[in-house]
Design a protein around this ligand. Structure first.
Ligand code: GTP
Ligand code: SPV
Ligand code: MN
Length: 648
């Protein structure tokens, strides 16, 4: 690991973490007035950390029947020494109660309930605003099993360290036990998890993002050997020096400490549904991928599903709920998932996908009725916002929202903000968490356990040059190679530099829970099992001109690219052959109704520039070298063939 070793946690916490005195005025106000009270009475900072709640009788008492769960919770309880344990049942009454408590404690601000019914704002600690890849570890028995792309620790040593950090870590707090199901309950891939957490924000978010509550305990049943994921999360003191996100794939266990944010702590999401699930998928012969799933229906009623892997903050949520431009009247896009796909080979030799999640944890900045109306409609209610700006009338604001900025607001840190301020009002990685049922274009098959059949797989990255708007791989192995070598400019979704091109195979670099070479091998082996494999494509919405402006309008207009992809699946659309694969000629794309768009622009978008591809080849080669000796020879062979085609 790059940084100094985290120290063992001290059990005494600064007094301010335990006191609730500063919230006393707010607590005297009725819930409907919280947004008002919060805006004026609350301290500027919001602590993630809040003292124990004492729930009314009957609340928080949903102990499951499973002895293994009870024993494990007791083990964690005696280690972390919380003031009390709250067993979640996922009910409406429980949610109402916890929302009230979270507001009273200052963990949430209730927004203007007339404008934003059921909506709340949370501000994370400013040191804790994104995933921390450098402190995310795969604790497999050997370093080789974690592979060259993952941070690794020997499991026993890491357990010892984490247990040390967790010793007494929940003193004075409530320990919540959150049962949840990932996947449609009747999917053979569905998984039960339990997350233990001392963050009420995590509980409220998990209720949105997963199928949370008693149904999970019921599904698990009372058999002592029934399989479930064990997740332990503690905020500790939200100190970046003591932040670790650790996965134990062989134990189906996750321990996350020191963070209160997003993918670090909603253990169902990146930790279980990608890192642990990808490991299980390799063993069990299915795929767990960082992919959206969308349905596209033609005016004639013919429907296809596609899955697309773009790295974090590279357009999955937007693509998954796009509204086609007026010229495509009668075409309908529906969302199955916006971030994660679990896929298996069906009896008919097609690939079938389910969305394991129950909600969307989406990037807020840039979201508007112009760019993504379906997301805007989704977040009109029942939404938990994190790190956006707050207006004086209890509304939310962010860069790129419709309308002009408010003349004065409170920024994501809780400081006064005006349009003249230096910093941004909303953090670039500010997020909404919203139940998927709010999506006006939710696909009717979203609960179908068997999943939806995938016609096309799309890989894509954020590349200002080199990569054309779209191209098609020549076959499965070439497609796997395209995915394995893909790259993207880094974004604010993870800590670290933004805008740097890095290789991110299948958008899984931060999420593959085992050796990436094995993962490539698994993809290669899946191809021959598919009598009817999806076609594989690569897209780039982010190519720029010499002035640094995006060449492609993106968003709804991505329908034009999707239409070409669907037509290719149906054997209709034309394409030109190129060294990198099949690239549409300008006349193969339906660009009618695109305003302010010139023939030079589409030529620039589709161009394959020899100097850029020479660099690209070198970049891929350098990356594959860092993965040696694990890259399957089939992929190296694909690379060589590409080099030969480009040299001709
Ligand atoms: P994660 O939730 O981090 O996995 O992100 P995501 O892949 O779902 O990305 P999302 O759709 O939230 O988009 C991220 C950012 O890219 C937002 O600021 C969007 O406004 C912007 N974006 C999305 N699609 C397009 C597009 O087609 N063109 C351009 N220029 N920007 C886009
Ligand atoms: C991503 O970073 O890919 C996300 C957001 O989807 S988080 O849940 O924070 O990982
Ligand atoms: Mn994501």
């Amino acid at each position: 690991m790059a940084k100094s070793q985290p120290q063992v946690c001290s059990v005494t916490r600064p007094a301010r973490y335990r006191s609730s005195g500063s919230f006393s005025l707010a607590s005297r106000l009725k819930r409907s007035n919280y947004w008002f009270a919060c805006a004026f009475v609350r301290p500027r900072f919001m602590e993630n950390i809040a003292p124990a709640i004492s729930s009314p009788s009957g609340m928080g008492a949903n102990q499951p029947a499973n002895r293994a769960v009870l024993d494990w919770v007791e083990e964690v309880r005696s280690m972390t020494q919380p003031e009390n344990v709250f067993w979640c049942d996922g009910s409406e009454a429980e949610n109402d109660y916890l929302l009230g408590e979270a507001c009273r404690q200052g963990v949430l601000i209730s927004l203007n309930q007339e404008k934003n019914p059921g909506c709340y704002l949370h501000r994370s600690n400013p040191n804790d605003v994104a995933r921390v890849e450098e402190f995310t570890l795969i604790c497999a028995p050997t370093k080789e099993e974690a592979g060259p792309t993952n941070n690794w620790s020997e499991p026993a040593a890491m357990y010892r360290k984490l247990w040390g950090m967790l010793q007494g870590a929940m003193r004075g707090r409530t320990m919540f036990v959150v049962p949840y199901i990932m996947g449609p309950p009747d999917s053979p891939l569905a998984k039960v998890g339990f997350e233990i957490t001392d963050s009420i924000y995590v509980v409220l978010s998990m209720r949105i993002m997963t199928r949370m509550g008693a149904q999970a305990s019921t599904r698990l049943g009372s058999k002592p050997d029934a399989e479930f994921n064990r997740g332990v999360h503690s905020l500790l003191d939200v100190n970046p020096e003591r932040r670790l996100i650790c996965h134990f794939p062989q134990d189906n266990a996750i321990i996350s400490v020191g963070s209160g944010y997003g993918g670090n702590v909603l253990l169902s999401k990146k930790c279980l549904a990608l890192r642990i699930a990808s490991y299980l998928a390799r063993q069990q012969g299915w795929l767990a991928e960082h992919m959206l799933i969308l349905g596209v229906e033609s005016p004639a009623g013919k429907k296809h599903y596609v899955a697309a892997a773009f790295p974090s903050a590279c357009g999955k949520t937007n693509f998954a709920m796009l509204i086609p431009p007026p010229h495509f009247a009668g075409w309908k896009i529906t969302t199955v998932g916006d971030d994660i796909a679990w896929m298996q080979v069906g009896a008919d030799g097609r690939l079938y996908a389910v969305n394991p999640e129950n909600g969307y944890f989406g990037v807020v900045p840039g979201t508007s009725y112009r760019s993504n109306p379906n997301a805007m409609r989704s977040i009109e209610r029942d939404t938990l916002f994190t790190n956006v700006a707050l207006t004086s009338d209890g509304d939310v604001w962010w860069e790129g929202k419709d309308g002009s900025p408010p003349s004065a607001a409170t920024d994501w840190r809780g400081n006064p903000w005006t349009p003249a301020s230096q910093g941004k009002a909303a953090h670039p990685n500010s997020r909404f968490a919203v139940p998927m049922r709010n999506n006006p274009v939710l696909d009717p098959e979203v609960e179908k356990g068997a999943g939806v059949p995938i016609s096309a797989i799309i890989f894509g990255g954020r590349r200002s040059n080199t990569m054309p708007l779209v191209f098609q791989a020549t076959g499965w192995n070439h497609g796997v190679y395209v995915g394995s070598a893909m790259a993207s400019e880094t974004t604010a979704a993870a800590t670290g530099a933004v805008g740097q091109v890095r290789r991110d195979p299948m958008a899984m670099l931060p999420f593959c829970g085992y050796n990436i070479g094995e993962y490539f091998r698994h993809w290669l082996e899946t191809g021959p099992r598919l009598a009817n494999p999806p076609l594989i494509f690569h897209v780039n919405w982010f190519r720029k001109n010499a002035q640094g402006k995006f060449l492609w309008p993106g968003f709804g207009d991505n329908m034009r690219v999707l239409k070409w992809i669907i037509d290719r699946c149906e054997g209709r659309a034309g394409a030109g052959a190129s060294p990198i694969g099949s690239v549409p000629r300008p006349e193969d794309l339906d660009l009618e109704g695109l305003e302010g768009f010139s023939p030079e622009m589409i030529r620039a978008l589709l161009a394959i520039e020899p100097e850029e591809w020479a660099q690209e080849l070198a970049g891929q080669e350098e990356f594959f070298k860092t993965l040696a000796p694990y890259v399957p020879p089939e992929l190296l062979e694909q690379h060589e063939q590409l080099a030969r085609r480009l040299a001709r």
